[in-house]
Design a protein around this ligand. Structure first.
Ligand SMILES: [Zn+2]
Length: 345
């Protein structure tokens, strides 16, 4: 199934779809997810926290509410001793996403991701992954989703399993690759070639998410956009990656043992940089423009507004003309304040 005739296809036909992810990173910062395991236990432990973040992204203009089932698969839940709650977590995650999506007419996506179980040299692992995706997406389909996002795929082989399970359930799928390597998936496919294969197998949307910031994802997504016929997605992390450090995992800072994942803050993109990314991606012909780990609602709102939209949270978008020092009122202030702010040493 390519998504033709689906609500996803209808939404894509209307123009750029704005996505927002990074739930696990943001809920970790807020104290509801444990770094390391990164299992979204908050779905059942603190459902209000999950609902609130959905709502913040919705108000900021996200067109899709993604069920927080990233890493909510059997192997991960076993590792944190909560395997018995697997079904409850997966069902509840979709319900929370659905509830908030209904407040703003957003689409609802089920979500599966890289499992750390798949090994291209061991066929039995493919069956384990397939079984885990089948139970997760079966519950998601039962609760009611519009499409599947199979994301952060290090292996093309694992991505294809996510696509096949979605197709068996009659659901359109957006399948996006992780890009931790310079040019190839972990099973040795050039990223562009891997996207072409996913498109040929019937993915509704193909593309990239996570790992790369806007600067290092855009050149790659441009090549993908040129070479695949279906819709394309780009959901970078909001971090200032460079040619020398093309992924957030490869960023390094002096005096810091390891920047990823807990000390990335100094590399954060501003809202303006993410707004520029949204426009650049749209202008390349990217159909699903989003953001991954590190995202905040301020990024999403700036992206939405850069795409020409006024969203609920736009009511509180900046009006710097009202600022007592930087705004028009400043002319009535003592110039010394601004002069003092402008001093650099
Ligand atoms: Zn991510």
């Amino acid at each position: 199934m390519t998504g033709t005739g689906s609500v996803l296809a209808d939404r894509l036909a209307q123009g750029t779809v704005l996505g927002a992810e990074g739930y696990v990173f943001e809920l970790e910062r807020r104290g509801y997810v444990k770094a390391g395991a990164y299992v979204p236990e908050a779905v059942v432990d603190f459902p209000d926290a999950v609902t609130e973040l959905h709502r913040e992204f919705l108000r900021a203009g996200a067109d899709v509410m993604v069920a927080l089932t990233y890493y909510a698969h059997r192997d991960k839940l076993r590792q944190v001793g909560r395997e018995s709650e697997l079904e409850a977590i997966n069902r509840q995650a979709v319900r929370l996403a659905r509830q908030v999506a209904a407040e703003g007419g957003a689409l609802v996506a089920g979500n599966v991701c890289n499992t750390w179980v798949y090994n291209p040299h061991d066929a039995s692992t493919a069956e384990l992954v397939r079984a885990m995706y089948a139970e997760q997406l079966g519950w998601a389909a039962d609760e009611g989703i519009d499409f599947v996002i199979a994301e952060t795929n290090d292996y093309l082989g694992e991505a294809l399993i996510g696509l096949e399970v979605s197709q068996e359930l009659g659901l359109p799928a957006m399948v996006t690759l992780a890009t931790t390597g310079p040019a190839e998936t972990w099973d040795g496919y050039d990223y562009v070639e891997a996207c072409k294969i996913l498109a040929d197998h019937g993915a509704a949307i193909v593309g990239l998410n996570c790992d790369r910031g806007p600067a290092t994802m855009l050149p790659l997504i441009a090549r993908i956009r040129e070479q695949v016929g279906c819709a394309v997605a780009a959901q970078p992390v909001p971090y200032r990656t460079t040619d020398a450090s093309p992924t957030m995992e490869s960023l390094r800072a002096e005096g810091v043992n390891r920047v990823f994942p807990l000390a990335l803050d100094p590399f954060s993109c501003t809202r303006f940089e993410m707004a520029d990314f949204a426009v650049a991606a749209r202008d390349l012909g990217v159909n699903y423009v989003g953001i991954c780990c590190g995202a905040g609602p301020h990024h999403v709102r700036a992206m939405a507004e850069a795409l020409g939209r006024t969203v609920p949270a736009s009511k509180y978008s900046p009006s710097m003309d009202l600022h007592p020092v930087l705004g028009t009122a400043a002319s009535r202030q003592d110039r010394a304040v601004l002069d003092a702010w402008n001093v650099t040493r």
